[in-house]
Design a protein around this ligand. Structure first.
Ligand code: ITT
Length: 201
């Protein structure tokens, strides 16, 4: 089977491809970078689900392929849920270094027991020109924001997202280990459960 993963984020693509291969699923997964002049989708929705639907439908209609999208974000309890849907644009537009620095600065002096946070992913699958038939799944992972960055793997806020059960940050995990516990890994697990029946519809 051939899918388009409607993303410009190579970190997300790496995790989805790893999850498929860990499950022994042979699929060809293209991303926006494999298309000629893919549309840039403005993430104008108020929720992860709305934004994921906007991305999946726009790229499905453009490519004619069954299209998977992912909209994700980090909600920090002490910051009343910030950065939330604005996670990619918190400090600079898709500037991970600036975003992480702003998050650390906004939590300056806040003790460990008040640094709790949750990562959330909504994944949508869309068929070209059939917006009413989307498949929607989601996943969450709770953890806390570290005092300083730790680890070199992963992307985005990974060096700051500490998972107590594992005793390390997402950036200190392999892709498969991160998938076993992360918001995205959990959403992908549900996707893999529901996708076969949805494809039969
Ligand atoms: P696409 O919309 O093209 O898929 P994006 O990077 O813009 O890529 P989002 O709109 O979902 O993705 O923004 C999510 C933000 O949260 C972005 O800054 C990511 O770096 C960050 N993020 C998402 N998932 C993450 C993860 O598993 N670990 C660390 N940071 C993550």
């Amino acid at each position: 089977t051939k899918f388009l993963f409607a993303t410009t984020n190579q970190g997300k693509a790496r995790e989805l491809k790893q999850a498929f291969s860990d499950q022994g699923i042979a699929a060809e997964i293209l991303t926006n970078g494999d298309l000629t002049n893919p549309p840039k989708v403005a993430e104008t929705g108020a929720t992860f689900e709305e934004n994921a639907k906007l991305k999946a439908q726009a790229l499905a209609d453009y490519s004619g392929l069954i299209t998977i999208s992912d909209d994700s974000g980090l909600m920090v309890d002490y910051l009343n849920g910030e950065p939330g849907v604005r996670s990619a644009r918190y400090a600079g537009d898709h500037d991970d270094t600036a975003n992480n620095a702003k998050l650390l600065a906004n939590l300056g002096g806040v003790p460990e027991n008040k640094r709790s946070a949750v990562f959330k992913t909504v994944i949508v699958v869309a068929r070209p020109n059939q917006p009413e038939k989307d498949l929607v799944v989601s996943g969450e992972c709770r953890g806390r924001i570290g005092i300083m960055p730790q680890g070199d793997d992963g992307f985005g806020y990974d060096p700051l997202f500490f998972v107590p059960e594992k005793g390390k940050t997402f950036a200190e995990m392999t892709t498969s280990e991160k998938n076993s516990i992360s918001h995205r890994g959990r959403a992908i697990a549900k996707l893999l459960q529901e996708l076969p029946a949805w494809l039969e519809e």
